[in-house]
Design a protein around this ligand. Sequence first.
Ligand SMILES: [Zn+2]
Ligand SMILES: [Zn+2]
Length: 481
Amino acid sequence: MDVSTCAPATPVAGGSLQITVVADSDFVIQLTPAATPLTEKTTNATPKRARVVQFRVLRDVLVKSSAFFQTILASRPNLANVTFENKGNGFGYALEIWLRALHNGAHMLPNNLKATHIERAWVAIGVGEQFGFAPHHIDKIKPWFLECYQIALSNGGLTPFVACCLAFPCSVFDHAEGFMKLTKYLAYHTNGSIFTHNPSSFHALNQDARILDGPLTTARAHIQSILDKELNFALDKLHQATCSCRKETAFDYEDTLRALDCWPIDRAVQKYPLAEIIDELDKFEFTPKASKCDSGACAHDFKNSVNIAIRKAKFAFDGLCLDCMERSGIDHVDSQTRQAFLEKNSPFKGCWDIDCRYGHGRASWYYSWMGPSSVRRDILNQYREEKKALGITKGGRRSRRGARAKDNAGQSTARLAPMSTKTQSPGGAANKVIGKENNNHDHKYDHDADDDDEFFDAEDASLEDHAVTDDADVLDHDAVN
Ligand SMILES: [Zn+2]
Ligand SMILES: [Zn+2]
C-alpha cells in the first residue's frame, strides 16, 4: 500500500499529499520520493506515482517521543518543517502508523493502516529506529503489531516461514507469548541454521535478529540429545545383557528405527525437523524375534522406551522467554550488585519462571540466558547444592510436580495464564511432565522414573567436567543433556 492511499489525506496542488495527524498541528514532516526509483518495468506505461507526502503533526509530541527530533528541534527552534527521503516499500505507511499512534493512540489508527503483511512489522521497526521512536516507545504501536501477528497466524496458520518472519519482531514488540510460541516452533519445526527471515529492505535489522541463532541452535541440540539418549536406552540395556539373542534384538531394534528414517538421530536431523522425527517415531512397532531369552533383556518393552523418548523430547523445550532474557541481560550486572543479580535470576524452589509472564521449564531459562555464562553456572551450582540439602538425589523418587497443560510439540501456545509460581509445589513449573500412559512397561527397565533427576544430574556432571572452562559454547552443547 502506498502512503498516498491513506485516509484521511488531502491531495494538494502540485500532486503532494497532506496527512493531518492532528488538526492543530504546528509542524510538518515531509517525505520526498526516493532518490533512486524502485525497479520499474520499462513497459509500464503508467509508472507508479511518486509524490511528496506531508504529515501535519505536533512538535511537542515529536520531542517527547524521540531523541532524534529532540536534537533537530533543539538546535533549530523555529523550524517549521523537516524533509526526509521516502525510501519506499511501506516507509511512508510505517511513518504514518508511528505518527498517528504517538499523537492519538494505536486504537485510533484508520483501517487502511492495518498490518496485513508481515513485512510491515519489520518496516515499522526500521522506521521507528530511524526516527528515534523505537525502542523506547515501541509500546505505542504494540497493539498494531499484535493485530499483525494475529492476522498472520490466522491466515494460513503457523508455518516455518511465518515463524521465521515474526519471531524477531515479537521480541522487539515485547510480545512474550508469541515469542515463546514461535521460538518453540522454530526449534521443533525447522532444521538448518536459518531462524529469521527479514522480508523488508531494512537489512540492518538482520544483525539484531541473529540473537535468536545461538539459543535456538543449542536448544535444538538439547532436544536432539534427549531423543538420542532415550532411544539408546534400550540398546544400552541389550549391551549389558548376556543372552545369545541380544545381538539380533539390538540389530532389529535399530533396523526398525532406521526403517522409519529416524536413526541414527544425528543423520535424521539433517533431513527432517525434530517434530517430524518425533511424529514418525509414533509409528514405531517392534516385537523381538527372541522367544526364549534367558536374560530378560529382549523382553524389554521397546515401544514404551520409544514413547518415553517421544514424550521427553516433546516437553524438552518451551521456547525462549523474553522475561528471562531481559532479566539476565548483561547490562543488569553493572547497575546492581552481583548478589542481587544472582537472586533475581535464580529459581525459587525449583521454579524457573518466577516473574515471567508465561510459564516454562528450566531449559527455557537456560537458553534464554543473556548474562555471563559464569553466573549461570553459579546459579546451577547453587541449585544443585540446594537439591542436595533437600535430599533429592538420583534414585530417590519425588512426587510429580504440578502438571503443565499438555501440548503438541511445537504446536502449543504458551500457557495463557501467568503462573502463580511462588505458590507452586517444589519443582514448580514442571521442566518435564511425563505421563504414565503405558502401564505395561517393564519396571526393571523403567527409565521414566526420576527423569528430572537424570536430566539435572547429567548437567551437573557436565558442569563439573567443564567447571574450569569459560567456553560458553561447550557448556551450551553439553550442559543440559
Ligand atoms: Zn535376549
Ligand atoms: Zn522466563
